[in-house]
Design a protein around this ligand. Structure first.
Ligand code: SAM
Ligand code: DTB
Ligand code: SF4
Length: 349
């Protein structure tokens, strides 16, 4: 950003940045927040949420698995890894028309964002990537925000996606740096950080979070939040996934994480990353309305809508609409945000 642009910037992010957005958190500080008495923690998170955003708005994204299964990685939670025998049937990359139709349906159902996931280790420079580029351009032209999660990405590939109009790239760190190699051995935390850097360099919004319920310790959840909250610029959105246990994967028999740990993770994320969108992601369908309400109170302000995540079932859209009505919440229609600084490209990924 040049000096002139900086002066013109009127966005909330930059004006509050000095006071409220910190990226020098210590693990001890985050741990102290996480371990507060639960009602104090939720109250503090709710206060920050109310100060910085419209707490009645919930952003909805729709997911589409554009290439399912057969992934060479060994992520021990994933239904799509070729290392495990799961019930997921692999499919090749969908045709352009199928993807565009799914985006049209998602928009008609109230989604402001369309997120395409591919079970790839990394993006390769071939006709499949060309197809992704083409649909990113067309769906962006439909007025939707487009997000992709395609695995590892080079700087050049990130630039191409940016040129096609990509709004955000999802690349999760999943857990703490220490616990990571207990979950995945086929790539490293450093590999993930490198892609995140490439996404940032290209000026694409960053969607980066993790999974709870992987058998990690509380300190690992704190470690994940610490990594995210000490990025030079916080991810614009932070998906918090609760493990969806998939038969055939090593994590299938993990004990279910108590809901209160998920709530603590969300509330702590809201406090340490006040302006990021906190997305209550996988695992929502096994939560009650009361539990989801507590998550929204504690600062979650985004969900995945629609009957399917990538391969796992999600929530019924009509039931979600009823829930929002009941709670006095509503879906956010657009994320249009126009100021001259770089946040115009990256706010609310
Ligand atoms: N292959 C790409 C990658 O790994 O980056 C993109 C797709 S991958 C399925 C997207 C994210 O979904 C993963 O990083 C993980 O955080 C989340 N995820 C996958 N399986 C899950 C499960 N069973 N439960 C909860 N989250 C899951
Ligand atoms: C994210 O953090 N969660 C979404 C999205 N990013 C791509 C994926 C959740 C996957 C849940 C398991 C499944 O559907 O296979
Ligand atoms: Fe592949 Fe992504 Fe699943 Fe890992 S999480 S096995 S990289 S699809």
């Amino acid at each position: 950003m040049d000096a002139e642009q900086e002066q013109k910037c009127v966005c909330l992010y930059d004006s509050i940045k000095e006071n409220m957005i910190r990226n020098d958190w210590s693990r001890e500080e985050i741990s102290a927040i996480y371990n507060k008495p639960l009602m104090d923690l939720v109250f503090e998170a709710a206060g920050i949420h109310r100060q910085l955003g419209d707490p009645s708005e919930i952003q909805m994204s729709t997911l589409l698995s554009v290439k399912t299964g057969g992934c060479p990685e060994d992520c021990s939670y994933c239904s799509q890894s070729s290392r495990y025998e799961t019930s997921i049937k692999g499919t090749p990359l969908l045709q352009e028309e199928e993807i565009l139709q799914a985006a049209i349906n998602a928009k008609a159902n109230g989604s402001s964002r369309f997120c395409m996931g591919a079970a790839w280790r990394e993006v390769k420079d071939n006709s499949h990537f060309d197809r992704i580029i083409s649909v990113v351009r067309k769906i962006t032209d439909m007025g939707m925000e487009v997000c992709c999660t395609l695995g590892m990405l080079s700087e050049e590939q990130a630039k191409k996606l940016k040129e096609a109009g990509l709004h955000a790239y999802n690349h999760n760190l999943d857990t703490s740096p220490e616990y990571y190699d207990k979950i995945i051995s086929s790539r490293t935390y450093e590999d993930r950080l490198k892609t995140i850097e490439n996404v940032r360099k290209a000026g694409i919004g960053l969607c980066c979070g993790g999974i709870v319920g992987l058998g990690e310790e509380q300190t690992d959840r704190i470690g994940l939040l610490h990594t995210l909250a000490t990025f030079e610029r916080h991810p614009e959105s932070v998906p918090i996934n609760a493990l969806v246990p998939v038969e055939g994967t090593p994590m299938y028999n993990n004990p279910k994480l108590p809901f209160w740990e998920i709530l603590r993770t969300i509330a702590t994320a809201r406090i340490v990353m006040p302006k990021s969108q906190i997305r209550l992601s996988a695992g929502r369908s096994s939560m009650s309305v009361a539990e989801q309400a507590l998550c929204f109170l504690a600062g979650a302000n985004s969900i995945f809508g629609g009957e399917k995540l990538l391969t796992a079932p999600n929530c019924d859209l009509n039931e979600d609409k009823e829930m929002l009505d009941l709670l006095g919440l509503h879906f956010k229609t657009t994320d249009a945000h126009s100021c001259a600084c770089s946040c115009a490209e990256t706010t609310e990924a």
